[in-house]
Design a protein around this ligand. Structure first.
Ligand code: NI
Length: 278
């Protein structure tokens, strides 16, 4: 089928049923509380994983922006020339709400509620997709996810990171610093000290303590919004496609002001972009 819109309609029409139930046991919950992360070998069915892979490939082939400016490379300056080294699509579910009806999203939200000790209907969630192309996929350096977020608020949040391909050391699996979620948000800066590069890095990390967490296709890692993590380059011959959904209680406004200058610098660079209109 040569018409991309028709191909998309045909693909959406054959979404498989979200009939896969993933569970966490008490050891997973204890690991999450103690180390700041835990993983399970499967979050969804083979059928949904295959279907998601097709939709994922369509989104990246078309460089879809579900929200304006919502397709960009994490590893090089906005609008710079060159091949995508680590493209990201923000909020795919805002363009395709059916993504919220997948087993990936439903299992992720239910299990996130358990790990956060929260009622599931009260949780907010949004997604992002990060693709590391075969052979050239860039690493994502050490960071805490909360370092990207508005410090006006306090967060109780975690990410459910699901991989559509085997995430190995060769393909760029994630690594974590166990227990680092108990501390504050550390000082970050933009990669290359360029605020037009979206990715953040912290130099305040005990990298010798890193624990790599390989996951098979369809597996997932649950990680606290403050746990230090990174992912490697993809030197393997196939893409490493990840879809992460973040879940949080409604954030509360902080009583005191916290300075995160890298966020202000990044916001100015973000607002200076000229994203494609579609
Ligand atoms: Ni992260």
């Amino acid at each position: 089928m040569s018409d991309p819109a028709a191909a998309l309609d045909e693909l959406l029409a054959r979404q498989p049923p979200a009939d896969f139930t993933a569970e966490l046991d008490d050891a997973h919950v204890a690991e999450f509380r103690d180390r700041g992360f835990t993983s399970i070998p499967r979050l969804t069915s083979d059928a949904e994983l295959a279907w998601l892979g097709e939709l994922y490939d369509w989104l990246f082939a078309e460089r879809v922006q579900p929200v304006r400016g919502g397709y960009f490379d994490l590893s090089r300056a906005y609008e710079s020339e060159g091949p995508d080294l680590q493209p990201q699509i923000l909020s795919p579910e805002s363009r395709f709400p059916t993504l919220r009806r997948t087993a990936v999203f439903r299992n992720g939200r239910r299990l996130a509620a358990r790990l956060l000790g929260a009622e599931e209907p009260g949780l907010r969630g949004w997604g992002h997709m990060i693709r590391k192309p075969a052979g050239i996929g860039a690493p994502l350096p050490w960071h805490q996810d909360e370092a990207y977020w508005d410090p006006v608020f306090e967060y109780e949040a975690l990410g459910v990171w699901m991989t559509l391909d085997p995430a190995t050391r060769e393909s760029g699996c994630m690594s974590f610093i166990p227990g680092s979620h108990r501390g504050e948000v550390r000082k970050h800066r933009h990669v290359g000290d360029d605020p037009a590069v979206h990715a953040l890095i912290t130099d305040d990390v005990e990298a010798a303590l890193a624990v790599p967490v390989p996951v098979q296709a369809g597996g997932a890692i649950f990680h606290h919004c403050r746990v230090l993590h990174s992912s490697g380059a993809n030197t393997s011959p196939r893409a490493r496609r990840a879809w992460a959904n973040e879940f949080q209680r409604p954030p509360r406004t902080r009583s005191e002001r916290i300075e995160r200058p890298w966020i202000d610098e990044g916001k100015r660079a973000w607002e200076a972009r000229r994203p494609r209109e579609t």
